[in-house]
Design a protein around this ligand. Structure first.
Ligand code: PAF
Length: 283
């Protein structure tokens, strides 16, 4: 495995791979890697000749600058985990390498960005699109891998790929959970022991809501989760929405879609966590 710091060095190495007709997979990350990231890397290694993992804490996607400062950074540990997972190249650029000048591009995602994370994190998805498009231009992957925990992000990236007509496949990979059910996230390490114990209730209530949903309306199921989360003093709910898995628009009835997903964002103490559950899958 090689660690590469610049786009020109990366392009040179990947051009040689392409000349050898090797397929290239990319896993974009912000580091502080955990087993969820490694599941994406393992799939990328299995499905491509070359696996590139980017580790870059992207400043333009943080609408809250204190969140950017607090974001965990563990580059040595990340590199060791990636080597073990079979990654070929780790791309670890400095901010100046990715943003030699401010990126003034404005992406538009219409209704996809007007729901859920959109209103709570203004500018977030534009920042994600800026960095992910730069990574796609630098790596020119055949496939790129993203975790379904960031459900809305995948829809946004698919839309960006369609708008820019980029020739690559976006692969969505299932959420990886801790033994007790908490969705793996780099943010989990910022939870105090007491918050960590409570955080498990997010996935537990989502899972209970699936049983509840079998005999109740969509509105009642939404209220069930809102009430459960609302009754925990350590939690502050940003939103719980039950949406169409493709358009991300809130649904009124279970019969309105064949792909129904519940998406939640909730503060556990000072740490904002997201998770989701599939009620109806078209797959
Ligand atoms: O999901 C993430 O970790 C980030 O949003 C991404 C896709 C690596 C872009 O910075």
């Amino acid at each position: 495995m090689e660690i590469v710091k610049t786009k020109s060095e990366l392009k040179e190495k990947l051009s040689a791979c392409r000349r050898r007709h090797q397929s290239i997979g990319l896993v974009p990350t912000m580091g502080a890697l955990h087993a969820g990231h490694i599941s994406l890397v393992s799939r990328c290694v299995a499905e491509n000749d070359i696996c590139v993992v980017s580790v870059f804490v992207n400043p333009t996607q943080f609408n809250d600058k204190s969140d950017l400062v607090a974001y965990p950074r563990t580059p040595e540990k990340d590199a060791a985990m990636l080597e073990k997972a079979g990654c070929s190249y780790v791309f670890m650029p400095e901010v100046e390498e990715m943003y030699p000048q401010p990126d003034t591009r404005q992406f538009h995602f219409g209704a996809l960005e007007q729901v859920m994370e959109g209103p709570y994190r203004p500018g977030h998805f534009n920042g994600v699109a800026q960095i992910v498009s730069k990574l796609f231009y630098a790596v020119e992957p055949d496939r790129a891998y993203f975790g379904e925990k960031d459900f809305q992000q995948i829809a946004i990236i698919r839309s960006m790929v369609a708008q820019l007509q980029l020739p690559l496949e976006i692969i969505a990979c299932p959420i990886v959970r801790e033994a007790d059910g908490l969705a793996m996230s780099s943010r989990n390490q910022r939870l105090s022991p007491e918050e960590r114990k409570k955080a498990v209730l997010i996935s537990r209530y989502l899972s209970e809501s699936r049983t509840f949903a079998a005999e109740n309306s969509l509105a009642a199921t939404k209220a069930f989760v809102e009430q459960k989360i609302g009754s925990e003093p350590l939690f502050r709910l940003d939103y719980y929405e039950i949406v169409d898995g493709r358009t991300l628009q809130p649904l009124k009835s279970w019969d309105d879609s064949d792909y129904v997903v519940g998406c939640i964002a909730v503060y556990c103490g000072p740490v904002r966590l997201i998770d989701n559950i599939i009620y109806k899958s078209c797959k």
